[in-house]
Design a protein around this ligand. Sequence first.
Ligand SMILES: Cc1ncc(COP(=O)(O)O)c(C=O)c1O
Length: 431
Amino acid sequence: MQNLHQNEIPHSSFLIHNYCVPLSISDVRRQFPFLEATPQPIYLDSAAMAQVPDAVLHAVQQWEHSLRSNVHRGMHDRAEASTIAYEAARSTVQKFLNAKHPDTIIFTKSCTEAINLVARSWGDAHLQQGDAVVLSILEHHSNIVPWLQLKERQGIDVLWVDIDDEGNLRYDQLEQHLHTGRVKLVAITALSNVLGCAPDTARIIDLAHQSGALVLLDAAQAIAHMPMDVQSIDCDFLAFSGHKLYAPTGVGVLYARKSILESMPPFLGGGMMIRNVTTEGFSPAELPATFEAGTPPIAQAIGLAAAMEWLNQYSWEAMQTHERNLLTQATTSLRQISGLQFLPQNSSFSIHHSPFGCLSFTLEGVHPHDLTEILGRQGIALRAGHHCCMPLHKRLGIPASTRLSVGIYNTKEELELCAKAIDTARQRLRG
Ligand SMILES: Cc1ncc(COP(=O)(O)O)c(C=O)c1O
């Protein structure tokens, strides 16, 4: 460790820049190599995967160049430095989420894996026939299938909460489910990856806790668009992926209250998650190692911490204002296009629905795949399909939609160009 120059440590362990850099979008854009390509892409698919700034690429590259060694194993100096950097990444995530203990931050490979961890470990250990898990119709398949699998294994019930015509959650239905006294968990998205609406998590958590149920927040989308302070939100579990937060792929996070994690058996078995192994059995390691079997995503976790530090330079208020302006621009321009309907249909969209991060729409007579393919050929990236939300699309009575999503680097000009390209494509496709 002494032989390593300070600069070789891939990132600092604390959130040093605290809301001090004014948000200049041209400065931000210059930090994203992906956006520097010629011709310049118009990237409106950050809800699927955000682009990565230099600061993150640099942190990952520094680790690969100078420290690349496995963590919590080696005694040589680089292995020790790598372990320090990895654990510092955990501290950064802890601070970003304002969690009380670093031990409550579990690195996984993705949000999907984090939710599966909860379903397999906590679900199998604590739920049985007669118990219920509540989901909303807004959920991504990652927050549906693990609970349906739990239903198959343990015979629990999965109860659904619908939305109204404006996309608001039916809190009355949630209350009805909770009144049965059978609900042990409400697993819900903090931000819809289709409608861009954010359920009232404070209200949900309050209602759930009053009836003794825990709450899991799927923060896959929310993490990049709003502060997720787990102490003030008071959630029991929170899951997200790095790649939607300007960080590398292959890393996700599960946060859970310490007392809950302590009541959960290991999910995956393997190296590093044990205290002792014999030919007869094993005893698990302490938190957080219990849930990090095998070699963890080291470079990716360090990249995630770098992304959080990078993002933390800017205020949430500035980022949210910018993204809100972008989506207002998008709705204003798209509204002019004949036959274009925002989701949920029939909503008085701009009055009641002020989306975060993304919005989705259908275009009469035009299949979303045809539209996005034509735009894709012009370097405009949108997403078409069910966006891993088949139950929501069924509820809306459509097989597919087109989604436009924004990140910190997008501009109003890009949204205007995108709307024009959609209108031109519509004219071409409808003949
Ligand atoms: C709301 C939501 N939940 C969960 C996921 C799953 O994330 P991942 O595929 O990174 O595990 C996504 C991905 O799009 C999402 O939008």
